[in-house]
Design a protein around this ligand. Structure first.
Ligand code: SF4
Ligand code: SF4
Length: 473
């Protein structure tokens, strides 16, 4: 027989698993209150941005595109190529340090309010579930009820909608990766021409259906690395959703026969042990046990407890946003040396990022000797080397490109004529360089090649030219 969870032993067990490690399904009660309202309004905005994102264009480029296949990334309409590796690395660092500072100061505010997983789960899928199956007690009863036509219709209807929504979310994610034009092609063209795209479409749909229909809060507890990080980032000054144990304890049920003064005299606090904060929690925890790994700071327990405090005519905020020091000593958020240190590092990184973005050139070129190629002796006695040249145009206009040998006399020929790079595209071509053998001392010579865009020099490429070594001439 499965032993019931000993809640006093909560640090040893997950709230969503029994002693044998089997999943305990959470039926959170529908939250209501000012924080839930605020999160709902914010979620409308975020969902609008999330689904409209791939269609929003800035200077003709998407708002966000993370095309790992073509290694092309667009952030806020700005294209970043692999050649912008330093900017990408600094962007990543700014993002990571920003997360560290934010988490150190405000805990998992991101998780409860803006994370796509929570927004979609609590504000879309959960609301559909409440609409079809009713509040927690009705869901529990339906789960236990025998299979009738009514139950079948409700379950099929719910999962049908969940699957359709997962398909939309999966396609939205795909649009962020391959772009809306490519996605439109996959949807409208012969499926046989887009087998890999279709495979990802199906995989993403199944993945999201699995997460939102079954896996749910387990994704935040087990999978999300950010959730696991919080134990190393939170300290006693971090603002989190917290129970004011000084005010709440000793907890005890409210008895009509006991006057409020008598209750206080008996050592009872404001917590009436009604479990309303526990029944609304989508991760199944009791916040009165302190900050826990599973808590996503969704504030449902704040709303539930505030409603109880209103009823028993006690001040709201027994559960509230507060730090441990705030609860123990009444301190507000203060800048600790750790927070100041992080902020200094973040400011420096943002400064570096701005410098790199504003000084990055419109054109980026690389020239490497063609793989496997050696030098060639031409009929006129000159030596030639073959190169592969790649030019990225980061602007939204087409740019003609010219190359000129700058440090030696010789002939540089772009195969098939001069390169004209289309807007936001990468052009690749071959270049043949001829030099007088007298210039190639010791078997090689270093070349400086000027890259000219619209007739203006934009950069100098350094490369090597090889010939026969003197002893083999
Ligand atoms: S809702 Fe408030 S009063 Fe009720 S158990 Fe939770 S903390 Fe105590
Ligand atoms: S403890 Fe409160 S804030 Fe944390 S997940 Fe549960 S309901 Fe949300």
């Amino acid at each position: 027989m499965v032993k019931p969870i000993d809640w006093k032993d909560y640090r040893e067990h997950l709230a969503t698993a029994d002693q044998e490690g089997r999943r305990l399904w959470i039926y959170p009660r529908k939250p209501r209150g000012r924080f839930t309202d605020a999160r709902t309004y914010l979620s409308w905005l975020l969902l609008g941005i999330m689904f409209a994102g791939p269609f929003i264009r800035i200077h003709g480029n998407p708002l966000l595109l993370l095309n790992f296949v073509e290694r092309k990334f667009v952030i806020l309409g700005q294209i970043f190529w692999p050649q912008d590796m330093i900017i990408s690395a600094v962007t990543m660092l700014v993002f990571l340090v920003g997360i560290v500072i934010f988490t150190t100061a405000f805990g998992r505010l991101w998780c409860g309010w803006t994370c796509p997983q929570t927004v979609l789960m609590e504000m879309v899928f959960r609301k559909i579930e409440y609409f079809i199956e009713g509040d927690a007690h009705k869901q529990r009863a339906l789960a236990k009820a025998p299979w009738t036509a009514n139950k079948l219709i409700k379950k099929l209807g719910k999962h049908g909608i969940f699957f359709a929504l997962s398909f939309v979310i999966g396609n939205t994610l795909l649009a962020y990766i391959i772009g809306t034009e490519e996605l439109f092609q996959i949807v409208t063209d012969n499926p046989l021409n887009h087998l890999s795209g279709l495979t990802f479409m199906i995989l993403f749909t199944l993945l999201f259906y699995g997460i939102f229909a079954r896996f749910r809060e387990q994704a935040c507890t087990f999978i999300c690395p950010y959730g696991r990080l919080q134990s190393t980032l939170l300290d006693e000054n971090t603002i989190v959703v917290a129970y004011d144990y000084k005010r709440g304890e000793k907890r005890g049920t409210l008895k009509r026969s006991v006057a409020p003064m008598q209750r206080k005299y008996d050592g009872f606090g404001d917590c009436i042990d009604c479990h309303q904060c526990v029944t609304v929690c989508p991760t199944g925890i009791d916040i009165r046990n302190g900050t826990q790994m599973e808590c996503v700071n969704c504030t449902a327990c704040i709303d539930a407890c505030d409603a109880v405090m209103d009823k028993i005519k006690r001040p709201r905020g027994l559960i509230r946003f507060a730090s441990l020091n705030g609860i123990e000593r009444g301190e507000r958020l203060r800048a600790t040396p750790r927070l100041i240190g992080y902020a200094v590092v973040l400011s420096a990184l943002i400064g570096l990022w701005l410098f790199l973005v504003f000084t990055r050139s419109d054109v980026e070129a690389t020239m490497l000797r063609a793989p496997g190629s050696m030098f060639q002796m031409m009929p006129d006695g000159h030596l030639s080397n073959l190169y592969t040249v790649k030019v990225v145009n980061k602007t939204s206009r087409q740019i003609p490109i010219e190359f000129k040998l700058e440090n030696v006399k010789g002939d540089l020929q772009v195969m098939g004529g001069n390169i004209v790079v289309a807007p936001q595209q990468l052009a690749e071509n071959s270049v043949l360089i001829d030099l007088d053998p007298a210039l190639v001392k010791g078997g090689q010579v270093k070349l400086a090649i000027g890259v000219y865009a619209d007739g203006k020099k934009v950069e100098t490429i350094k490369t090597g030219f090889i010939g026969p070594r003197d002893d083999t001439k």
